[in-house]
Design a protein around this ligand. Structure first.
Ligand code: 13P
Ligand code: SF4
Length: 304
């Protein structure tokens, strides 16, 4: 922590001067998560927080789609992205034209779009979802057929949870979670029968089926905090276990994890630079933002 201390001090000072808050995703490294974030959480919690915070500036310690969501919900605030290259393989997998293609394939079906998308894709959709409310949002649609974009695995996991719906999907995937296989989990369990396996729903459905629990990043934190298993393997991004290990000394976090190269682009140095120079301001075209806001707000209203 000693090497981080000067950055943490400078960032926290600049936050006061700029009336800024830092919204930190659960996949941030511990020095960002614990050292400078004012609020931490999963995608849904951070989106809701963006509508509530009383600040002039939001620094999004996460990936670009999260900053766009904050800007869509708080157009009058300055939203800073410490590294514009912090993208997401899901957001890259689909454009607004892809959404229209799905509408042509399934006429009349509503489009439920994961928040891991650009503002244009959200604007072309009917409603958004996150991993913590996807099943609830799909179940609430009137139509029997529901289009989910762009995460095929989240869609397949939701399809199992909401069997009354005919869920159809776009073929996108997360480069972090698609790497896990059901065989990995079976092999691990054979040698570690007393370890609780906990998977994010961006993992393929056969991986989720092998796990003891599946949930959003905050759902995973809640599960481990409530259950306090002796040993836990978090089948998700590496920083998750690092961020909660200190508060849960009774849980032994074991096993391999996968790193998100996009989330890991955010560093204390870049947060400091963004706040100091006020560079990395996220802008969303006003017409696109108006339409995208409807999709995000419908999701928030249904999730309350
Ligand atoms: P959560 O909404 O569960 O935090 O997921 C966001 C994400 O990008 C997971 O890969
Ligand atoms: Fe995107 Fe996957 Fe990284 Fe999340 S973990 S930001 S879904 S690439």
């Amino acid at each position: 922590w000693a090497i981080y201390a000067p950055y943490v001090k400078a960032i926290n000072q600049l936050k006061k001067e700029r009336n800024a808050v830092i919204l930190g995703h659960n996949y941030m490294t511990p020095e960002i998560f614990h050292g400078v974030s004012d609020f931490v959480g999963d995608s849904l919690q951070l989106a809701i927080k963006a509508t509530e915070v009383d600040a002039d500036v939001i620094v999004q310690a996460g990936v670009h789609f999260m900053a766009e969501t904050s800007k869509i919900l708080s157009p009058d605030k300055t939203v800073l992205m410490p590294d514009m290259e912090a993208g997401c393989s899901l957001a890259e997998s689909i454009t607004a034209e892809g959404v229209e293609e799905m509408r042509r394939r399934y006429p009349g079906a509503p489009v439920v779009t994961y928040v891991n998308t650009t503002a244009e894709v959200k604007a072309a959709s009917d409603i958004c979802c996150t991993s913590s409310n996807a099943a609830q949002i799909v179940a609430a649609q009137e139509s029997h057929t529901v289009i989910m974009t762009p995460d095929q695995y989240l869609a397949q996991n939701v399809a199992k949870d909401v069997p009354q719906k005919n869920v159809v999907w776009w073929e996108g995937s997360c480069i972090v979670h698609e790497q896990y296989t059901a065989k990995d989990l079976r092999d691990f369990r054979e040698w570690n029968p007393d370890t609780r396996l906990i998977a994010h729903p961006e993992c393929p459905p056969d991986v989720v089926a092998e796990a003891d629990f599946s949930g959003s990043t905050s759902g995973i934190i809640k599960y481990v905090t409530d259950e306090k298993p002796q040993k836990a393997l978090l089948i998700t991004e590496c920083s998750m276990a690092s961020n909660i290990a200190d508060e849960l000394p009774e849980v032994d976090f074991v096993g391999p994890c996968n790193m998100c190269p996009f989330m890991k682009k955010i560093s204390l140095e870049k947060v400091l630079y963004a706040l100091d120079t006020m560079t990395g301001q996220v802008e969303v075209d006003a017409l696109v933002a108006d339409k995208a806001r409807l999709s995000v707000q419908r999701m928030i209203d249904l999730s309350r």
